[in-house]
Design a protein around this ligand. Structure first.
Ligand code: ZN
Length: 498
């Protein structure tokens, strides 16, 4: 177990480890607010958390992953009211949509996915604890606020200027902040429980302080500690959550439980940019998965494009990057086909590692795996991965080496969550829906190949069946020179324009 990752709390790259050897590695990730479809910026964070979880599992960690559903907050209430449906019906619909997108993007479901609404008693219990310990107070308006002056290390995650905070934390209830989201300049006592307002409609719950609803931050403190323990190993989210959400989560949990290290490690992912700009509705560059599918992209290409960046750097997403992702996937697929053929196997034999404990062979992909384990450096890992491909797909290699490389390839693709063959089948099914890349565009437009090309392809297939890989490669080059490519299937091949 030797996965290293940057920790926002300590600002250092540290080796991840469970608190105790007999415990799993426990990670909590802030989930979606279900008031609309998640956009690709949201998904980049969820995907990177998914890759981390897969890397941990491949490296021998037993992982327990909890990710919440925020189904009550200012936005969900406002939108459901506007649409004239109940909050429960409204959020259930968007939760289903979120799950469908997650499945399409091949995200592993969290082990527990608690909903804020379903866990209101947990949140009330934590607020009661905070009030009893003097860390929170009920204001005249019926809301309960966290008193940040009682939390000496408030601001430690986002490295706020404590001296500046001291003066602001003397806020009285009258100037306390009841918004869920606010800027660093508006640091002040924040709402744990929000008194019922007319605009909340029927969305209120009873509490010791009267009818109301929980603030946004308390749900994560209450649910993470409930499902993972007062302290756990890693907490993740987008960098925009660092302040105030995560800062407030720390204050609430640590003051309620009395443990100083709520989460040992904080994993933040940088913003996603689109065409060099921050995503926004007004710029028209706020994409959902459906938007990209409508442009012909496969979910695997979207996944590849979104994880292909270092998590602490902003990733600039473009449609060109999506086309490049589709090409990269094709390249990987061809390499996998070659390796399978060399091992005398078919696509049906290419499965993700079933028992992760037995993962040992990385073959030529060891350097790519090492880069992944070292601070989740996906671009470096992909560089080493593609660097290894020419050698592993060269003909005439010992079967032992081919098998190790095939295992390494399968493991590496599992780590990134990329299903190359399922996606190829999906592309074939969706062939008439438009092109995800120039390559697919051309193949869709291609007619039947000329006789000369068909003959070459037939000879190449025969050579491959005879395990004459050098011969098959030479014929492939001849095909390429004529602008054609042969794609091997389970029991045959097809031709498309290169
Ligand atoms: Zn959270």
């Amino acid at each position: 177990m030797s996965v290293r990752l940057h920790n926002t709390l300590t600002r250092a790259v540290e080796t991840l480890a469970p608190a105790r050897e007999d415990l799993p590695f426990r990670m909590y990730c802030c989930g979606p607010t279900v008031y609309g479809p998640a956009h690709i910026g949201n998904f980049r964070t969820f995907l990177l958390q998914d890759v981390l979880r897969r890397v941990l599992a491949l490296d021998g960690y037993a992982v327990r992953h909890v990710r919440n559903i925020t189904d009550v907050d200012d936005k969900t209430i406002a939108r459901s009211q506007r649409e004239g449906v109940s909050l429960a019906e409204f959020t259930a619909g968007w939760t289903r949509k979120f799950h469908a997108d997650c499945a399409a993007l091949n995200l592993l479901p969290p082990h527990v996915e608690p909903s804020a609404v379903a866990n209101i008693p947990l949140q009330i219990a934590m607020i009661e604890k905070l009030v009893a310990k003097g860390h929170a107070y009920a204001a005249a308006d019926g809301s309960v606020y966290f008193k940040i002056s009682t939390c000496p290390d408030y601001g430690k995650l986002s490295h706020l200027d404590l001296a500046a905070l001291r003066t602001q934390s003397t806020n009285s209830a009258g100037t306390a902040n009841d918004a869920d989201e606010y800027a660093r300049e508006r640091v002040s006592d924040f709402a744990l429980w929000k008194a019922r307002k007319p605009e909340d409609g029927p969305n209120f719950w009873p509490s010791p302080w009267g009818d109301g609803r929980p603030g946004w931050h308390i749900e994560c403190s209450a649910m993470s500690t409930h499902y993972l323990g007062d302290t756990f190993d890693l907490h993740g989210g987008g960098v925009d959550l660092c302040f105030p959400h995560h800062e407030n989560e720390i204050a609430q949990a640590e003051c309620a439980t009395g443990h100083r290290h709520f989460a040992a490690h904080w994993f933040h992912c940088a913003h996603l940019m689109v065409d060099g700009a921050k995503m926004s509705k007004s710029l028209g560059n706020l994409y959902t998965l459906d938007d990209l599918r409508a442009k012909g992209a496969t979910p695997a290409a979207v996944r590849y494009a979104l994880v292909n960046g270092y998590y602490r750097s902003q990733l600039n997403f473009t449609l060109k990057a999506l086309a490049d992702a589709a090409s990269a996937l094709n390249k990987i697929r061809r390499a996998a086909d070659k390796l399978l053929a060399a091992a005398g196997l078919t696509r049906a034999d290419f499965a993700p590692p079933e028992t992760l404990e037995t993962v040992t062979a990385w073959g030529a992909f060891q350097p790519a795996w090492d880069a992944l384990r070292d601070d989740l450096n996906i671009p470096a890992a992909l560089g080493k991965f593609f660097g290894a491909l020419p050698a592993v797909t060269a003909g005439d290699r010992p079967l032992e080496a081919v098998r190790a490389d095939l295992s390494g390839l399968g493991n590496f693709l599992y780590a990134l969550g990329i299903r190359i063959f399922e996606d190829a089948e999906q592309e074939a099914e969706n062939g008439d829906r438009g092109a995800g890349s120039e390559e697919r565009g051309d193949s869709a437009a291609a007619g039947s190949p000329p006789a000369e090309v068909a003959a070459l392809a037939e000879r190449r297939w025969a050579a491959k069946q005879a395990r004459d890989f050098a011969g098959a490669d030479a014929l492939r080059a001849e095909l390429a020179a004529l602008g054609w490519r042969s794609i091997d299937r389970k029991d045959g091949y097809s031709l498309e324009r290169a």
